[in-house]
Design a protein around this ligand. Structure first.
Ligand code: HEC
Length: 136
């Protein structure tokens, strides 16, 4: 087996083991991952590490694993402010994802909260709906 094979297998193992925990069932994890790959990975990258100085990482950030309503609002409204993530400053706009359904937003956020640790609780569609009502 070449070292590339080993690297690919290890990556697959890490990815599959990291999504199977914290109340995230496999159907939600699967839907969340597909949504992440489609809507987020082009910028934040598949591994959630972002692009140095351009796109902030999702891995290990308080935005991802902290306050759920703030995280939901980032998806509903986008984000366009100077932020500091892991001691690096970012200031370029992220567009809103309000065209996604409450369920889709819940799934993708549950996926990133489970995969880009520290592990945090799942997000439910009604929680997204409540924020949508409040701010739109
Ligand atoms: C076109 C590139 C792009 C796409 C696509 C994108 N983002 Fe972002 N995202 C950014 C940028 C740039 C910022 C920093 C915004 C700022 O400085 O105000 C950001 C910030 C964030 C933050 C807060 C900071 C952090 O790193 O924790 C979260 C959470 C986030 N994005 C989640 C997502 C999710 C989930 C998706 C997919 C549904 C997504 N983003 C899609 C570019 C993108």
């Amino acid at each position: 087996m070449t070292s590339l094979h080993i690297a690919v297998l290890t990556g697959f193992f890490l990815l599959s083991s990291s999504v199977s925990s914290q109340g995230l069932n496999s159907a939600t994890a699967k839907r969340g991952r597909i949504l992440y790959e489609k809507h987020c990975a082009s910028c934040h990258q598949l591994d959630g590490n972002g692009v140095p100085r351009l796109i902030p990482p999702l891995t290990g950030t308080d935005f991802v694993s902290g306050d759920k309503s703030r995280l939901i609002r980032i998806l509903l409204e986008g984000l366009n402010e100077r932020i500091v993530v892991q001691e690096e400053e970012y200031y370029s706009p992220m567009a809103s994802f309000k065209h996604l359904t409450d369920q889709q937003i819940a799934d993708v956020l549950s996926y990133i909260r489970a995969s880009f640790g520290p592990k945090a609780s799942v997000v439910k569609a009604p929680e997204v709906g409540a924020q949508r009502k409040k701010f739109q």
